[in-house]
Design a binder for this molecule. Structure first.
Ligand code: OXD
Ligand code: MN
Length: 577
């Protein structure tokens, strides 16, 4: 159907990576960075129209629209296949088709899944080397008739005989389709070469398709970082946290605690797959092998462990190129006066424009993270003690709240809302409800997904993780951040650990349990008491407005809303008075 000029099987080897990156340097798609500063690393500039996920071109093509639900775009699968087959026919002319066998999760783990991505993008192939486990050993596990998830991808830009290629081929927006056929575990992506649209193991497989499989098979596929926190006595706590895109998941995943004696290790920064283990607890693995992080704002101050993860063997997309052939972005530690910006143009600091695109990314091997857990690839996963939900809210939502119980926690996750960021191209700059940070990633009806969360809670019973809701982004009336964030977030995590250990009490408020000031570790932090009070303030009136908004939101899901959610909403209303 795609009619490529050549077909190559990817084996995941370094020689293959080097050959592909050299090919892209030769064709002008990639720039090799200064070997002394950033060894074995490359910069790419995308087409200016192809810089982020495209949510309004992302489809869940289940048999019925109800299965996809009101938060997903739906097209009849037969119709969509017809449209896309037309687009795919001949789409790889003049190009090489790469066949990439990959494993999400450690090869051979019982929680892992195998995918095969077919793509005409060498950029995608190189990124897949970092983000997943690619290679012949995947084919060995697959054997003659093992199960795999087929992922078809094309940049949608066939080349006519003798036609000169462009540095970043892609199709116009109205021809882009990021399509999922959940009943068949099938992914078809056309027209974009960027990130979550094209690296199909990530959002398409590990979240949209996997969320469907997880529901059918009784496990969970979540948009969550996974970290291990170790207290001064050496006790380990495993935390899985869901925040919308570009709200600091990568920073929290690699946190360097500021409180003495506490240590943090990273297991994953974006996706968690979780299954109930033989002991009845919930075990999580990171299905990915790399970090595809937002570059701007990442610095030695905000995330030193990420900065050290990308010192070598990394791919950069839409970052600026410095005069000494290194990368730069807004918010990096050293200022930059002159560079080539993400569009390939001369740039100076005086121009007032951004040198890197706000959704510029780094792709770095997870194994290069200095604080990666020694056992991050343990096929058994880690037992989750704590779930954290949150979003970006400049007003209303306090620094930390603990759910009264698991069902209340599910309610908190389901009602999460956040101010939007640059990770998606087309969602506008407003507050949007983003349940469990899964709004763009849940591959089926969101109301059924909430029901699945409640059902998991029923199975886990008293082994269910404790649930907390956080907001690092609250500002004062004048718009000043009230909380320093980053490493200081360890203080909030410490309180959570103390709560589940039963070492500290709490103050009961209508929205949940909150810290007693005397228990919350602020030692060594220059935080005015009035700022702390404002961070923890619960404005019942604001929450009553929030409840009204939540009710209007839930109405979209009609009678599919699980009764437990309605019960929680009514209980909150009663507590708010
Ligand atoms: C991501 C995202 O790329 O959430 O991780 O957008
Ligand atoms: Mn993400």
């Amino acid at each position: 159907m795609c009619q490529p000029d050549r077909v190559e099987w990817a084996n995941g080897s370094e020689a293959e990576y080097d050959r592909l990156t050299q090919l892209m340097v030769d064709t002008g798609m990639a720039t090799k960075l200064n070997e002394k500063k950033r060894s074995h690393s490359y910069l790419f500039r995308s087409d200016p129209s192809d810089v982020a996920r495209v949510e309004n071109r992302t489809y869940i093509a289940s048999t019925t629209q109800e299965q996809a639900g009101p938060t997903n775009n739906w097209i009849d699968p037969v119709e969509l296949k017809k449209t896309m087959t037309k687009l795919y026919t001949g789409c790889m002319r003049g190009r090489t088709m790469y066949v990439i066998p990959f494993s999400m999760g450690p090869i051979g783990s019982p929680i892992s899944k195998i995918g095969i991505e077919i793509t005409d993008s060498p950029y995608v192939t190189a990124n897949m080397h970092i983000m997943t486990r690619v290679g012949d050993d995947v084919l060995e596990v697959l054997g003659e008739n093992g199960e795999f998830i087929p992922c078809l991808h094309s940049v949608g830009a066939p080349l006519a005989e003798g036609q000169q290629d462009v540095p970043w081929p892609c199709a116009p927006i109205e021809e882009k389709y990021i399509a999922h056929f959940p009943e068949e575990n099938l992914i078809w992506s056309y027209g974009s070469g960027y990130g979550g649209n094209a690296l199909l193991g990530k959002k398409c497989l590990a979240l949209r398709i996997a969320s469907n499989m997880a529901r059918r098979e009784g496990w969970m596929a979540e948009h969550m970082l996974i970290l291990r926190l170790i207290n001064p006595e050496g006790k380990r706590f495993h935390i899985a946290a869901a925040f919308p895109s570009a709200c600091g998941k990568t920073n929290l995943a690699m946190l360097v605690p500021t409180i003495p004696g506490w240590k943090c290790e990273c297991i994953g920064d974006d996706i968690a797959w979780m299954k109930i283990g033989a002991d009845g607890r919930l075990y999580a693995i990171n299905p990915e092998a790399g970090f595809f992080g937002v570059a701007p704002g990442t610095s030695m101050k905000s995330n030193p462990m990420a900065m050290r993860s990308l010192e070598k063997n990394s791919i950069f997309t839409n970052c600026a190129l410095t005069d000494d052939q290194d990368i730069w972005w807004e918010g990096m530690d050293e200022p930059c006066d002159h560079a080539i910006d993400w569009k390939g143009h001369e740039w100076t600091a005086e121009s007032g424009k951004a040198a890197a695109h706000p959704n510029a990314r780094f792709t770095a091997p997870a194994a290069q993270c200095p604080v990666i857990c020694e056992d991050w690839e343990d096929p058994a996963g880690v037992p989750i003690d704590i779930f954290v939900f949150g979003g970006r809210r400049t007003r209303t939502v306090p620094l930390v709240t603990q759910a009264f119980d698991f069902d209340h926690g599910v309610f908190m996750g389901a009602m999460a809302a956040s101010e939007t960021t640059a990770a998606a191209l087309d969602v506008g700059q407003t507050l949007r409800r983003d349940p469990f940070a899964m709004l763009p990633f849940c591959g089926y009806n969101m109301a059924d997904y909430w029901a699945h969360w409640f059902a998991m809670g029923d199975k886990l019973k008293d082994k269910a993780p404790a649930v907390f809701y956080v907001n690092w982004f609250r500002t004062s009336g004048e718009g000043r951040w009230l909380w320093p964030g980053f490493g200081e977030n360890s203080r909030v995590l410490k309180w959570m650990c103390q709560r589940i250990e039963g070492n500290v009490g709490a103050q009961q408020t209508p929205i949940g349990n909150m810290p007693l000031e005397a228990d919350f570790d602020l030692s060594g932090l220059d935080l005015p008491p009035e700022d702390f009070a404002e961070l923890m303030e619960v404005d019942n009136e604001a929450f009553r407005r929030d409840v009204e908004d939540a009710e209007a939101y839930l109405a979209k899901f009609g009678d599919r809303v699980p009764p437990q959610l309605t019960t929680q909403l009514e209980a909150l209303k009663a507590r708010l008075g």
